[in-house]
Design a protein around this ligand. Sequence first.
Ligand SMILES: *[C@@H]1O[C@H](CO)[C@@H](O)[C@H](O)[C@H]1NC(C)=O
Ligand SMILES: *[C@@H]1O[C@H](CO)[C@@H](O)[C@H](O)[C@H]1NC(C)=O
Ligand SMILES: *[C@@H]1O[C@H](CO)[C@@H](O)[C@H](O)[C@H]1NC(C)=O
Ligand SMILES: *[C@@H]1O[C@H](CO)[C@@H](O)[C@H](O)[C@H]1NC(C)=O
Ligand SMILES: *[C@@H]1O[C@H](CO)[C@@H](O)[C@H](O)[C@H]1NC(C)=O
Length: 392
Amino acid sequence: MKQPGVSGIVTGAKVQRSHLKMPRLKKSQLRLITLCFSTLMLMAYWEKIDNNIVTHVKSFSYRYLLNNFTFINASFRVNPKDAVKFSNHRYLINQRKCGEKDILLLLFVKSSSENFERRQAIRSTWGNVTYIERTLGVTVRVLFALGLHPELEQREKLKMQLLFEDQKYHDLIQQDFMDTFHNLTLKLLLQLGWKETYCHHARFFMSADDDVFVHTPNLIHLLQGHSNAKDLWIGRVHRGSPPNRDKESKYYVSQDLYPWLSYPDYTPGSGYVLSSDVATKIYQAALTINASFHIDDVFLGICAKVMDIDPKNHAFFSGEGKAPYHPCIYNQMMTSHGHVSDIQEMWRRVTEAEVGHISSGLIWRLYCTVAKVRLLCVPFLSNSYPCKAAFF
Ligand SMILES: *[C@@H]1O[C@H](CO)[C@@H](O)[C@H](O)[C@H]1NC(C)=O
Ligand SMILES: *[C@@H]1O[C@H](CO)[C@@H](O)[C@H](O)[C@H]1NC(C)=O
Ligand SMILES: *[C@@H]1O[C@H](CO)[C@@H](O)[C@H](O)[C@H]1NC(C)=O
Ligand SMILES: *[C@@H]1O[C@H](CO)[C@@H](O)[C@H](O)[C@H]1NC(C)=O
Ligand SMILES: *[C@@H]1O[C@H](CO)[C@@H](O)[C@H](O)[C@H]1NC(C)=O
């Protein structure tokens, strides 16, 4: 709106200020500036974006067109005498018994010595084996896999605490390697090795992080459906993932360590399940392979490739993603990543009686499909389950 006559009565001060004002831009000029700015930004980042696209196109082509991973057999094999050096770490804390009973699932949680509170939260929620036995009538064993704290001073301090913790709960397994990101493959060998030695009879094996929420009731129902308990490797499957060549990244892998364009298929270490026979085969392969490849889940993929075992994708294993909070999701979720402070709250919600009713009846099912589409089928926003999970 114009205000006629105002310009005539401006004071000196006001005139001065109006001189300092930016020149008014027309809409077309504004658009041009925005365009230039966007182009500049794109040019500045293009190399990165471009690199990323090219890398992915290359690795996907490698995986889907060529799908030839015969190199793995030749290049990762080592003399079994050398391979065994990776897996013969001494036990500092051990459980020598897995239980006489028919164990459905041996569930290893990868933890660190200092994460006492996370372990405690897991014991009282999804890892409460007493609760599972009473409500579902199956035996599950939950164990925590640990190495040594990298700092000597902390290590000494934690030593007694861990012994006390183990006396109380009898669920820690610790070996004498340093507990670092680059030693995760050693921790995988601990888990598989312990299963072979002490718990061969467990029908399934699972490995999970200590910041993952595992919906144990749903998972147990899933496993009970696989009555022959054979030939199963299940999780969120990463297919045709390129090795990370960014030196700044935690996941950086050098050309020397892995010169090829794509990793074999694998399931992220946040949570996956193996049937007993598959766990055994993978362990056997691991004992013939150079375990200095430090990314544990990719290493498992390499071992599986040697044995010609393929993973099965399950839409409700979240990988690195976090499940949205919604009763229709709780009903089907298997794992969800990134739960530390909300673990008790999640457990309370997923075990609430009402959740069970929600899937029964056509109306509820329709309601849930709509709710899940709205939660999961949002491009670029949903970092949890894939859109197709909405229709399960
Ligand atoms: C896979 O690649 C190797 C060499 O890297 C080659 O010898 C072999 O014939 C290839 N196999 C197939 C099925 O393409
Ligand atoms: C595990 O569940 C049982 C049975 O529901 C319960 O009595 C017990 O307090 C729970 N344990 C923990 C550590 O919360
Ligand atoms: C892995 O653990 C071994 C044994 O403790 C140690 O010598 C090595 O430095 C560790 N490696 C890394 C990368 O932390
Ligand atoms: C395993 O691989 C690493 C890295 O590529 C290499 O330095 C080491 O010599 C290999 N070990 C054996 C026993 O071949
Ligand atoms: C890898 O090599 C081993 C022994 O040399 C062989 O038994 C196995 O079938 C090979 N695996 C693949 C996928 O070629």
